[in-house]
Design a binder for this molecule. Sequence first.
Ligand SMILES: Nc1ncnc2c1ncn2[C@@H]1O[C@H](COP(=O)(O)OP(=O)(O)OP(=O)(O)O)[C@@H](O)[C@H]1O
Ligand SMILES: [Mg+2]
Length: 224
Amino acid sequence: MGKTARKSTGILITLEGGEGSGKTTQARRLCERLTAQGLDVLHTREPGGTLLAERLRSILLDHSGETIAPETEACLIFAARRQHVDHVIKPALARGVTVVCDRFSDSTMAYQGYGRGLDLRILRTMNDWATGKLAPQLTLLFDVPVAVGLSRRRGRAATQNRLDREAERFHRKVREGFHVLARREPRRIMVIDSAQPLESVTETVEELVRNWLKTYRRRTSRRR
Ligand SMILES: Nc1ncnc2c1ncn2[C@@H]1O[C@H](COP(=O)(O)OP(=O)(O)OP(=O)(O)O)[C@@H](O)[C@H]1O
Ligand SMILES: [Mg+2]
């Protein structure tokens, strides 16, 4: 391989935000659009994405019995993330696939850090360790008032999970945490007002990703 020929690497796009903010709906639509444009796309989610990580997801979302300490919760999330990164995300990126991931590291900082109050520096160190410092190139942050997001979720009582049942105060801290993260990394994290009607959010995502990809491709082709 010549000096200028770079190994083909895909792009990691993550979707973040609170409960019921529209991540899964928009991830599905984004994947359809990118696939239609001829890209090789993988839609995945956290916690989850591998057999073991999905089992950890069930524990994290459905566990009842003794309470789960915030530290335990964080360790389970990092364990799931490492499996996901090693077995799914990194191999896909190495094949040049565009990976669209529903929640990733920013959720850990927002929920376990700002929400549960765990030390942010420790979380960052552990996250770097768990991901091998793999970070998304683009993050779409779906921002919606807590009450709106929760009411969208509560519309489907059968699918209520352990986190939905947390107090609104917890979810407000999570939302504020996401805002802090977005202010710190404005080039990576794009905030989207997802209190807007569904179709209008979809259009915003489409335009934003189209423009971002154009700039990204221009930048990376210049580097080659
Ligand atoms: N902009 C919107 N306006 C109104 N309803 C919406 C909007 N976006 C999503 N919804 C609806 O809200 C509900 C939750 O959406 P979705 O599952 O995509 O959110 P999520 O962020 O993935 O939630 P979770 O945190 O539970 O994973 C769904 O019924 C979806 O159809
Ligand atoms: Mg979802």
